[in-house]
Design a protein around this ligand. Sequence first.
Ligand SMILES: *Cc1c(COP(=O)(O)O)cnc(C)c1O
Length: 266
Amino acid sequence: LFAGLLPQQVFVERPSCRFDMPFDPASLDDARRALEHHGQEVAAVILEPVVQGAGGMWFYHPDYLRGLTALCREAGTLLIFDEIATGFGRTGKFFAAEWAGVTPDILCCGKALTGGVLTLAATACTGDVARGICGAGRVFMHGPTFMANALACAVAGAALDILDENRWQMQIAGLEAAMRKGLEPCRSLPGVADVRVLGGIGVVEMEQPVNTAALQRFFVEQGVWIRPFNRLIYLMPPYASPLADVSRLCAVVKEAVHRGAYRTGV
Ligand SMILES: *Cc1c(COP(=O)(O)O)cnc(C)c1O
């Protein structure tokens, strides 16, 4: 959108290795080539660890993250993890980076930081990065009006306290089990390309883009609110969801796929 105005971005292929399959080292070839080719010009590599959200609700192998981290270290380039969707337990680890046992130089979080109640995002970084920005009397030149807004921070504090009670692991395990059980039957239905569940994220990937308007009408008629996009029907229920609600969501998804509600209004 802003080509020519902003620093150029180099895109690499999405990691081809599935989360639930043996790792294929060749899946790192494209990233390796890009880093070799652009070498010194690359300021940083940014990606969503383990779960690509808007990019297709795709779960890739943690070894990819481990390999990419090593490549970045070798190239001397900063590594940024966007944990806005994955942070605070959603994938079954507190941060998705923990699947790979790696630490980025910069970490973005948001969303669950406030339990989705108020807008607040946070960017964390290593001491090295902080000293690079704020050393020698320099300051961070970024100051939106509502930065560190007191009300949003109070909500974040309260949300983090709830997470600290440490029920999230149990809650996520419950969501995962319920969605595995509830969505798995979709796999054998016509039109379905893949079913995958990781932590509190359940995905039914269709072979063709869905008719969003028709599908959404069906969902609302069934009393559930699910927002499909492109070929994806996916669920990310609140951690505190009663499991009966989660089973109901899965049952309605299954019914929609079974009846072909993703094609036309049924
Ligand atoms: C929602 C989301 C964003 C956008 O976050 P904002 O705080 O609304 O700017 C960025 N990355 C990922 C992975 C997200 O899920």
